[in-house]
Write a protein that binds this ligand. Structure first.
Ligand SMILES: NC(=O)c1ccc[n+]([C@@H]2O[C@H](COP(=O)([O-])OP(=O)(O)OC[C@H]3O[C@@H](n4cnc5c(N)ncnc54)[C@H](O)[C@@H]3O)[C@@H](O)[C@H]2O)c1
Length: 255
């Protein structure tokens, strides 16, 4: 297993799904994990699971859309005397709809969390990484950031932006010793997908169709995404920056 021993990692949206799995996997790999979410209860539950397994960390309330939360998280990390090695921008939200079924507010809401949220948190933590000339930033984009998905206008727009942001930052800061990558999962069974299913008239049928989009005929598991996150965060991935790493059960390979 790849090691994050003596590393400090912060995961946004770590109270649920992929973020929770990444936080737990990082805890098992030896990292001190700053478990953050806008929901205190679920974030603390993730932290408790890490601690039960013998891992270390703490919970920090962080809504990625709130600049004051980002600043407070930075201060907290600095005060703890443990500089951040790995930042995982995982928090994200979705919306089902074509352009005609998407209100301007829906687009703004997805941009506020999925794009501006990544921007806010990264901008807050990057200066301390630059000072140490070391750091790893990992953004959760999506297959919807690489190819179009029907009925996901706002989501695709926001996730293509995350891929662009990742690649531009990777170039800007490669010489500073900072690696920036994103992961692009296909559909992964989490509360996020459950919420989207509720937006369809026949959720059962929608589930089967969503599973069938992957060539392997099933959705992914959060742990399967977390395993890739661990590799990309580890020193073994020192030569990887600016990549959009597809973990999509063959979705993007073709029809
Ligand atoms: N599940 C999938 O099929 C899938 C596929 C591709 C990409 N993704 C991406 O992976 C990431 C995680 O998805 P998931 O399926 O685990 O979602 P999820 O809904 O299970 O969990 C998302 C977490 O983010 C938190 N969150 C939401 N808005 C926040 C905010 N403003 N500030 C801080 N925390 C906030 C929620 O409280 C929740 O704990 C998202 O960026 C999502 O777009 C998911």
């Amino acid at each position: 297993m790849f090691s994050l021993a003596r590393k400090v990692a912060l995961v946004t949206g770590a109270g649920s799904g992929i973020g929770a799995a990444i936080a737990q996997t990082f805890g098992r790999a030896g990292a001190f994990v700053l478990v953050t979410d806008r929901e205190e209860r679920t974030g603390r539950e993730t932290l408790a699971r890490i601690q039960t397994e013998g891992g270390q960390g703490e919970f920090v309330l962080l809504d990625v859309t709130r600049l004051e939360d980002c600043e407070r998280a930075v201060q907290r990390v600095l005060a703890g005397g443990r500089p951040l090695d790995v930042l995982v921008n995982n928090a994200g939200v979705g919306h089902v709809g074509t352009i005609l079924q998407t209100a301007g507010q829906d687009l703004d809401r997805l941009y506020a969390v999925n794009v501006r949220g990544v921007f806010n948190v990264t901008k807050a933590f990057l200066p301390s990484m630059l000072q140490r000339k070391s750091g790893v930033i990992l953004n959760l984009a999506s297959i919807g950031g690489v190819v179009g998905i029907r009925d996901r206008l706002a989501y695709c727009a926001s996730k293509f932006a995350v891929v662009g942001l990742t690649k531009a930052m990777a170039l800007d800061h490669a010489a500073d010793g900072i690696r920036v990558n994103c992961i692009c999962p296909g559909r992964v069974e989490t509360p996020f997908v459950a919420a989207r299913l509720k937006e369809y008239p026949d959720p059962q049928r929608a589930y089967q169709e969503m599973a069938a989009t992957q060539a392997v005929g099933r959705m992914g598991k959060p742990e399967e995404i977390a395993a890739a996150a661990l590799y990309l965060a580890s020193d073994e991935a020192a030569f990887i920056t600016g990549t959009a790493f597809l973990i999509d059960g063959g979705w993007s390979a073709g029809k």
